[in-house]
Design a protein around this ligand. Structure first.
Ligand code: PLP
Ligand code: COI
Length: 341
């Protein structure tokens, strides 16, 4: 199979349509068998539930080319499981996680020519999503749903790749206690659009959100969880019921313990303690592990000793081990890598 003629080393995180996408419809109480289609467009009624009441959730995962030339995905079963939970939280019929994994494999295989080559630094981003399809005007869930998966080749999420970024403590809230922060609902991201535009206008790369109730604890950023390294080399990460349970973060915790022999801790983290940490990073499918050099809290700068030039040494080791597992040159824990072809 010949790869597409794309300048793999210089793509950013954007949408580039590929040849095929997967579509399945839910009607009369059941999902149909699903098909691959080349049509990237969707025709919707003006009153579709997704357009009126934002009844939609999504996932994000990646396909990689390994050193020995296989195409693989990383823990797609966990994305399928999380999407089932997101659907339940929005009163949508879950797309079964086993079918989710099969559909991911199908759409990646159909777009194999777009999976960036090993060593290019790029990957194929996979975006499963579903939405309330039929028309609804009283506030209630739809009866019909569409589940889709498209793919797009991507490079680094933050401009500059592995260069440390600057994030600011947001005055806006991302997710309320007892709200939808723990599921991947589109509405969480709608909430963050004004905050991210405002952050970019003011020269920051991302927002870090605090818990809305006390505004004293670190939650996460708009598109990634947060990890910190303490001065004595421990990995700590916020524990909160209103953050997204990041698959990358859960994997990093295991990698830190089992591959690097580090101590790890998930606990509430106060904004006030952050100044004492040695390193900080954002973790997620898109972010991978993006180092944070500086957090700005209303003019007060918290500068990590790792600086603004390169990743700190511990985050670098975590990054190398995690990406080594994903790219196939470090042996993965059982069940983490799904070989597509
Ligand atoms: N937090 C938010 C708000 C996200 O959008 C994402 C991206 O999926 C993550 C965390 C990271 O999750 P994962 O590692 O499963 O991609
Ligand atoms: C991801 O990492 O997959 C995300 O969903 C983050 C962002 C692109 C929304």
């Amino acid at each position: 199979m010949e790869k597409k003629n794309i300048d793999w080393g210089n793509i950013g995180f954007g949408y580039m349509p590929t040849d095929y996408r997967y579509v399945s419809m839910y009607r009369n109480g059941a999902w149909d068998e699903g098909v691959l289609t080349s049509d990237p467009n969707i025709t919707l009624n003006e009153c579709a539930c997704v357009l009126q009441y934002a009844q939609t959730c999504f996932e994000g995962l990646k396909a990689y080319t390994t050193e020995d030339g296989h195409i693989v995905t990383f823990r797609p079963d966990l994305n399928g499981e999380r999407m089932e939970n997101s659907a339940k939280g929005l009163e949508m019929p879950p797309f079964p996680k086993e079918r989710f994994v099969e559909a991911v494999a199908k759409v990646v295989e159909a777009n194999a020519a777009y999976v960036p080559p090993y060593g290019s630094g790029a990957s194929l981003y996979i975006r499963p999503y579903m939405f309330g399809f039929d028309s609804v005007i009283g506030v209630k869930p739809a009866k019909e749903y569409q589940f889709r998966i498209f793919t797009t080749p991507v490079g680094p999420y933050f401009k500059g790749g592995a260069k440390p970024i600057t994030i600011r403590v947001s005055d806006f809230d991302r997710a309320a206690p007892h709200g939808t922060g723990h599921i991947k609902a589109g509405l969480n991201y709608a909430m963050s659009l004004h905050a991210i535009v405002d952050a970019h206008e003011k020269g920051f790369d991302e927002n870090i959100y605090l818990d809305p109730k006390t505004r004293t604890k670190i939650e996460e950023t708009g598109g990634a969880n947060v990890i910190f390294i303490t001065r004595d080399g421990k990995l700590i990460t916020p524990k909160s019921p209103s953050i997204l349970p990041s698959i990358t973060r859960r994997s990093i915790l295991q990698v830190a313990r089992d591959y690097l022999g580090m101590e790890t801790e998930e606990r509430e983290i106060l904004l006030d303690e952050v100044k004492d940490f040695a390193e900080c990073g954002l973790c997620g499918t898109a972010a991978v592990i993006s180092p944070v050099g500086k957090i700005v809290d209303h003019g007060k700068e918290i500068c990590f000793p790792s600086g603004m030039e390169k990743m700190g040494p511990v985050i670098q080791k975590l990054y190398d081990t995690l990406t080594g597992i994903q790219m196939g040159h470090i042996k993965a824990p059982e069940g983490w890598i799904k070989v597509i072809k």
